[in-house]
Ligand binder design. Sequence first.
Ligand code: NAD
Ligand code: TYD
Length: 354
Amino acid sequence: MTILVTGGAGFIGSNFVLDWVAETGEAVVNLDKLTYAGNPANLASLEGSPLHVFVRADIGDSDTVAKLLRKYNIRAVVNFAAESHVDRSIHGPGEFIQTNVVGTFRLLDEARSYWGELPHDKQRDFRFLHVSTDEVYGSLKPLDPAFKETNPYEPNSPYSASKAASDHLVRAWHHTYGLPVLTTNCSNNYGPYHFPEKLIPLCILNALNDKPLPIYGDGQQVRDWLYVKDHCAAIRRVLEAGEVGETYNVGGWNEKANLEVVNAICSILDELKPRRDGKPYAAQITFVTDRPGHDRRYAIDASKLERELGWKPSETFETGIRKTVQWYLDNTEWVSTVTSGEYRKWIDTNYGSR
Ligand code: NAD
Ligand code: TYD
């Protein structure tokens, strides 16, 4: 038995692949384009493992996807591959449409044609799990209830609009063609291997490098933070027992304003690695111009997933953020190859001619 994971060299995908192999012992074919966000070093501990096959390719490369599905008798596809950073989507939305919309369409359609050829029992058991975001639901007011699966889609950024479009395609491929799909909509993740363009790793590394900690606007925007390993466990559970055609919201019940998050990081660093001048890291906090169209609040109601499939997060924000800060302090080699861009040279050398 083998599953196909796309985007498995990125932040959540690589955590998922590592946990999947450790928890299930089932083989993974990992298809990733290795954009700036994909880093094979995340998967270094799987080098030489017969349970992990890495293929550098685009989810929109229909021929490669078609071949891999058949060659490895894939029983499930878990689609993480995406352009994922809101700020980048504001500056250059084209790649977001290409990968998140067109790429997902091509991947879905190849999965459909492969699935159509399977014998009845394998068709029944096949799954296409699409990993999506809470950002498709838009922005909440301070007292609004958290997002449920029944909330209307109201995406506000090019990123969330492209993810919303991909969710709709996944839904349609189930309703029209019967493809056995599952969709998860998760809140903001944090943890190991998080690329330092996103708030939490950016602030940890900027703090340690004596750089400003940039807070957009008034820093009172709220996100619902989930430790990445909890997200991975939720995806495994949905893949195992989710009802075909259903969507599941995944969240940590950890709503925090950005300023609160950055202050929490600063306090942990004050304790674990105090600044040489004795000042608190919070002195590096700097308010900068707000993100255009910045969503004010996201919050996930994850009660359906708990009620129906028995999943709930095992980390609180306090335990998860401490582990995360410690991980960045302990993994200086990973940090230096990522921040220096050294990993890009490695990718060019290894994959440039293929
Ligand atoms: P990421 O940017 O860290 O990783 C994305 C990965 O996809 C990279 O390895 C990249 O090389 C790969 N990729 C990009 N375009 C590709 C293409 N055309 N073909 C093949 N591979 C391609 O993203 P992430 O934070 O790990 O997010 C993974 C998924 O989870 C995304 O679909 C995202 O929308 C979703 N999600 C993320 C969060 C979060 O907080 N990070 C929360 C909810 C949902
Ligand atoms: P981010 O990590 O980019 O995730 P998302 O936009 O998908 O929620 O940002 C998290 C929050 O932090 C968001 O409200 C924007 C804010 N933010 C800053 O204040 N400063 C920064 O430098 C970044 C990258 C984000």
